[in-house]
Write a protein that binds this ligand. Structure first.
Ligand SMILES: *Cc1c(COP(=O)(O)O)cnc(C)c1O
Length: 488
């Protein structure tokens, strides 16, 4: 009885005690609710809606989506959620779709479907504007599909349809447009890109992961939203995340297809083992129906009117942010944001240290997500406005103003050249997690002490490194972070 086992309490602990421990653990996290939330989380600001999502999630938690014949509730719910999303996005309740765990999974499956639809192509490639989400690169890496990036218009940050068309060849299995892109929040010219692709028999995926649950309501609220959805000829698939502007709990996205053949290419089936036949629509096999039920309940609890009201508020907040930033010396908005995602860049005529600005802003309670420069596109700080942003928008602007005033006298920051050279010459293959962790203070990284959360030094260094160097650093950092050597 009660023999000790490392890693487990000798006897079970009470629920209340466990929940208290969780609350204590999250004390250092970014907020998940309220008007100071600016990336990662989406708050509808409606306790009743949140409660519906949570309760439905918990109620369906133990139902296993592995086998939809054993749990037909999963099929019924998924058909409702997919049907509602398709109807909102230029399809109908007969549009084929798949409920997935998130935008990345939707995109992985869209790329898999496009690849498998073309067994004749030996070295498949997809053509993506440089502003397309990293999930397409991840899909390329996981599925051994080449990712060809093409430049965007440097002033508008929108995809250049001619560049997309010019990069297509006989091995191209998919082209991509974003509605909107995550980094600058602008909508690519979907009609042109899709029409050009269709003329060559190439499928076109619209990444509306962040825009799918938002753009239709912004359009109703009077925003100028160009056609982007399944109603556009040539668009063959579309991804839209419910766990973003659908305000559903995390783990919820849909992938919609123009035709059922393409959906079948996304599926995975295996009968060559002695266990149950595997028939999967998603990457996961066993999976709780919680996220599906949570998304369904959130949509039902908000209703069209709820989304409409939140859309109007998001639009007002975005317009006010853009207008307010215009009055802050040294800070500019990149491009013309068309949704609720705003990239704050610096004015080349009066450059500010964006990374220092992010630290100052965070110290005042407002997190700005760093976006590094790449392929000639400038660095920026990301803000996503959600259903609760409007009431806090003047506070947000005040913090930005103060942070800008604080860092302005310091001028533009640059990473020390010796540090960049040192990191560039490091032999990472002989460096273990302990060794890597011990180098971090040299790069100004301190996760526990006084300056925890101050990331300017790291961001400056990463921004100065070539992409391959950044990726190596990030990989090693993640490994060290989960090792005992960085535990705070
Ligand atoms: C968020 C996002 C994704 C990826 O979604 P995850 O849910 O984080 O996997 C893909 N594309 C765009 C445009 C996004 O905003």
């Amino acid at each position: 009885m009660s023999a000790p086992h490392p890693g487990l309490p000798a006897t079970g602990r009470p629920t209340a005690e466990l929940l208290t421990e969780l609350t204590a653990l999250t004390a250092g996290d970014l907020p998940t609710r309220g008007e100071r939330v600016s990336a990662y989380v989406y708050d509808s600001g409606r306790p009743g809606v949140r409660e519906a999502g949570h309760a439905a999630y918990a109620q369906m938690l133990e139902v296993n989506g592995l086998d939809p014949t054993a749990f037909p509730s999963v099929v019924a719910l998924e058909r409702q959620v997919v049907g509602a999303m398709a109807t909102l996005l230029g399809g109908s309740d007969a549009t084929p779709g798949i409920f997935t765990s998130g935008g990345t999974e939707s995109i992985l499956l869209a790329v898999k479907a496009a690849r498998d639809a073309r067994p004749d192509v030996r070295d498949p490639q997809i053509v993506v504007p440089i502003t397309a989400h990293a999930a397409f690169h991840k899909a390329g890496a996981y599925l051994r599909v080449r990712v060809v990036t093409v430049p965007v218009d440097p002033a508008t940050f929108k995809a250049d349809p001619q560049a997309v068309a010019a990069a297509c060849d006989s091995e191209t299995v998919l082209v991509v447009a974003s509605a909107p892109s995550y980094a600058q929040g602008v909508i690519d010219p979907v009609e042109r890109i899709a029409a050009d692709a269709a003329a060559r028999g190439i499928p076109c995926h619209v990444d509306a992961c962040v825009g799918g649950c938002l753009l239709p309501w912004l359009a109703e609220a009077g925003a100028d939203i160009p056609p982007f959805d399944l109603s556009v000829p040539g668009v063959t698939s579309l991804s839209a995340d419910l766990h973003k502007f659908g305000y559903a709990p995390k783990g919820a996205s849909v992938l919609l297809f123009r035709d059922e053949t393409m959906r079948r290419h996304a599926y995975y089936v295996c009968a060559s083992w002695p266990g149950y036949p595997v028939v999967n629509s998603t990457v996961q096999s066993s999976k709780g129906a919680g996220p599906l039920a949570g998304a369904w309940a959130t949509m039902q609890a908000l209703g069209a009117d709820g989304y409409r009201t939140l859309g109007r508020s998001v639009l007002a907040a975005t317009r006010r942010l853009v207008e307010g930033v215009d009055g802050i010396e040294g800070l500019v908005v990149l491009g013309k944001p068309e949704a609720a995602l705003v990239a704050l860049g610096t004015d080349p005529a009066a450059p500010l240290d964006l990374w220092a600005l992010a630290d100052e802003s965070r110290a005042r309670g407002f997190f700005l997500q760093p976006q590094l420069s790449v392929a000639g596109l400038p660095p920026s700080l990301h803000v996503t406005l959600t259903g609760v942003s409007e009431s806090g928008i003047e506070d947000m602007l005040a913090i930005l103003r103060t942070a800008a005033d604080t860092v302005r006298p310091l001028g533009p920051g640059t990473a020390p050249a010796e540090l960049v050279a040192l990191v560039s010459e490091l032999d990472f293959t002989t460096l273990d997690d302990a060794g890597f962790a011990s180098l971090l203070p040299l790069a100004g990284i301190d996760l526990t002490g006084e300056s925890a959360g101050r990331m300017a030094g790291v961001n400056r260094l990463l921004d100065a490194l070539p992409v391959a160097g950044r990726e190596l650093m990030a990989n090693r950092f993640l490994s060290a972070l989960y090792s005992p050597h960085l535990a705070g």
